[in-house]
Design a protein around this ligand. Structure first.
Ligand SMILES: Cc1cc2nc3c(=O)[nH]c(=O)nc-3n(C[C@H](O)[C@H](O)[C@H](O)COP(=O)(O)O)c2cc1C
Length: 321
């Protein structure tokens, strides 16, 4: 099978190309500029020139391909358009080959995640789930929205239940889990085996521990000021290892906003770090803010990242994927 991989030169794309080629398929990698050709070739793919964000270019490149793998967040919208037009031919039977190829290529547990379908009229998640099961996937996860919905509307949890009932392999439910209570409710209402969390984990990385605690009937751990400070410093350190100082400072601002959500004066810290020019300035501001917060009486330590009553304490507004 000839498969178009959009985003083929990135890490995920190269992995997809290698897996496809190992499974005996032909992987066509879209490359915006000639310098990406060698990377795609090294992974075993065939480069074709085209801009990942240009729908006409993707349509052109998709000709003669039987399936499309999107391996970059930027490619999502364009790929979806393709899915609705040319490779609407992204036939479900193509999934057989993809899952089978992946199964052959890897020894690690193979899991597949998908949505309900392109739109509600073409919901094929049950069929896709059965294909994954037959072709040897170890587990599947369902984001219970259609592709057309993107992140709008509500996930259809009833369909997670239907998929769970239809399959023998484990099924994880996904979509809008923001609090431990949401996770527990999803388990209860759908019987699903696992809960997959996307956006909430970025903003509240403690959510997994909090869910485990709630599930065990214990109160959810609220991160302490020290834990929040250490997380910001650790995250910033990771960014500095990989990125320029300017980029790291820019990126950590967003995360500092999430990690200090609800703290008194958190806003002042966020405003302050908006204009800091260097790592040293940032670390000083961080230390000073938390030293003051830690010295303040505990009852002003800020609102929890999850509420004790089940109401979401996080303001989830940003769309990241
Ligand atoms: C940073 C980020 C990157 C994501 N990348 C992908 C991806 O490459 N492929 C995919 O199918 N879904 C991706 N997603 C979507 C999530 O897996 C998930 O289905 C979606 O965010 C809904 O779950 P949530 O409401 O818990 O965020 C991504 C989500 C985020 C936040």
């Amino acid at each position: 099978m000839r498969v178009l991989v959009a985003g083929a030169s990135g890490f995920l794309g190269r992995s997809a190309v290698r897996a496809l080629v190992a499974g005996g398929h032909e992987a066509v990698g879209l490359a915006r500029s000639p310098d990406k050709d060698a990377v795609i070739r090294a992974a075993g793919g065939t480069p074709v020139r085209g801009d990942i964000l240009s729908i006409p270019a993707l349509v052109e490149a998709a000709k003669g391909c039987e399936a499309l793998v999107h391996a970059a967040a930027a490619a999502t919208t364009a790929s979806r358009e393709i899915g609705q037009s040319v490779a609407a031919k992204v036939r479900v039977d193509g999934a057989y080959n993809l899952v089978a190829a992946a199964r052959k290529a890897v020894r690690v547990p193979l899991t597949v995640k998908f949505r309900l379908g392109l739109d509600s009229a073409r919901a094929n998640y049950l069929e896709l789930g059965r294909i994954c099961q037959e072709e040897g996937a170890d587990a599947v996860a369902l984001h219970a929205r259609t592709a057309r919905q993107m992140f709008s509307g509500q996930p259809d949890r009833e369909r997670i239940r239907l998929l769970k009932d239809a399959l023998r392999i484990p099924v994880s439910g996904n979509g809008d889990i923001e609090t431990p209570e949401d996770a527990v409710a999803l388990w209860r209402d759908t019987g699903c085996d696992g809960v997959m969390i996307g956006r909430a984990a970025i903003k509240n990385p403690w959510i997994f521990r909090q869910i485990a605690q709630r599930r065990a009937g214990r109160p959810a751990h609220q991160p302490t000021l020290e834990e929040r400070r250490d997380l910001i410093a650790w995250h910033f350190g990771l960014l500095r290892e990989r990125e320029t100082e300017e980029f790291a400072l820019h990126k950590i601002r967003t995360f500092t906003g999430w990690y200090t959500h609800g703290l008194p004066n958190g806003r002042a810290l966020r405003q302050k770090i908006n204009s800091l020019p260097s790592t040293a300035h940032f670390m000083d501001a961080l230390e000073q803010f938390f030293a003051e917060a830690i010295a303040t009486p505990a009852d002003t330590a800020g609102s929890p990242l999850v509420s004790g009553t089940g109401a979401p304490a996080l303001a989830l507004t940003a769309q990241t994927a």
